[in-house]
Design a protein around this ligand. Structure first.
Ligand SMILES: [Zn+2]
Length: 315
């Protein structure tokens, strides 16, 4: 029997957990659904990631408002993917910050990505009609962007670490509290999505820079919060291992179909039961096959191309 397309049959509600990681530092995790966070400044808030729709974002904000009523000055978006950005209007933020590449990617492929992600995982798009349109950043940067939190709270540093999960990922780093919001550059016990990735940069220099920050607490794009040096190293190590195995298996294959089968065989014993593994793998292999055959930038995913690749590899 054919596997249902991507996560279209995944309709079970996930339990959301709000964790306080340090004084005024919050993370909301959801059993493998996209994570979000917030950081208190002296008299303002920085929110990290926006979820897929304003209605989904408002549910998160209602929980956050049990802890703080400070106004939201900054909304920081780690990259352009729809399930991270399309809830932005709910925040009413003064400033929406992304990496400069993310702005270009939204202009180039934001609309196609919205249609693609909605069809792949409709459950995340709670009341999709509440989305007013694409999300546009109002401040961008190339290397780093520092927010002074005020009141002795230190800085929040938004840092570009190189190409990885996309061409324009940022991480949000609290050097004093040693808390890192890594976006989808690191996953903790959730499968990687690499359909828009630069695998060779990601597995080497980019992850090296993420690791060199020396986080003691790491919030990945999906999955549980990694608490403590060992758990942080394990999350980064798992991400590196997943990418290394993909590069090895796809690199040794003579066709994209063989690449999918080899990669599935190699990864399934360790990662097969983790969230979105089956969903991601065909798109991941398709992109890595391209990357290893001279396609520099990821081809744009459309709802049609998603189906073609799924039918070719996964059914
Ligand atoms: Zn993503």
């Amino acid at each position: 029997m054919a596997k249902p397309f991507a996560s279209s049959a995944d309709l079970g509600e996930k339990r959301q957990s709000l964790e306080i990681l340090a004084d005024g530092v919050y993370a909301l995790t959801a059993e493998g659904d996209p994570n979000v966070g917030a950081i208190e400044g002296e008299d303002f808030l920085v929110c990290f990631e926006a979820l897929a729709t304003p209605v989904a974002a408002r549910r998160w904000l209602a929980r956050l408002r049990e802890h703080t009523d400070k106004p939201i000055r900054y909304l920081v978006l780690s990259h352009y993917h729809a399930v991270r950005v399309l809830g932005a209007s709910a925040f009413g933020a003064e400033v929406i910050v992304t990496h400069e590449k993310t702005r270009e990617l939204i202009a180039e492929r934001g609309a196609q990505d919205w249609a693609s992600e909605y069809a792949r995982m409709p459950r995340l798009f709670e009341e999709p009609d509440s989305i007013p349109g694409l999300t546009w950043p109002t401040a961008t940067f190339s290397d780093r962007f520092t927010i002074d939190l005020g009141g002795g709270r230190g800085d929040l540093v938004l840092q570009y670490c190189g190409r990885g999960h996309t061409e324009g990922d940022l991480v949000a780093w609290l050097p004093e509290q040693r808390v890192l919001f890594a976006g989808d550059l690191v996953e903790s016990q959730a499968a990687l999505y690499t359909g828009d990735a630069f695998h060779r940069d990601w597995v080497s220099t980019t992850l090296d820079r993420v690791a060199a920050l020396g986080a003691r607490t790491l919030v990945g794009g999906r999955g549980a919060v990694a608490e403590g040096d060992d758990a942080v190293a394990a999350a980064i190590g798992q991400t590196r291992d997943f990418l290394t195995a993909m590069l090895r298996e796809v690199g040794a294959s003579g066709s994209v179909k063989e690449a999918f089968e080899r990669t599935h065989r190699a990864l399934a014993p360790r990662y097969g039961s983790w969230p979105i593994f089956e969903h991601c793998l065909p798109f991941n292999v398709s992109r890595l096959w391209d990357e290893l055959h001279g396609v520099e930038r990821p081809r744009i995913w459309t709802a049609e191309r998603d189906r073609q690749v799924w039918d070719e590899l996964q059914s």
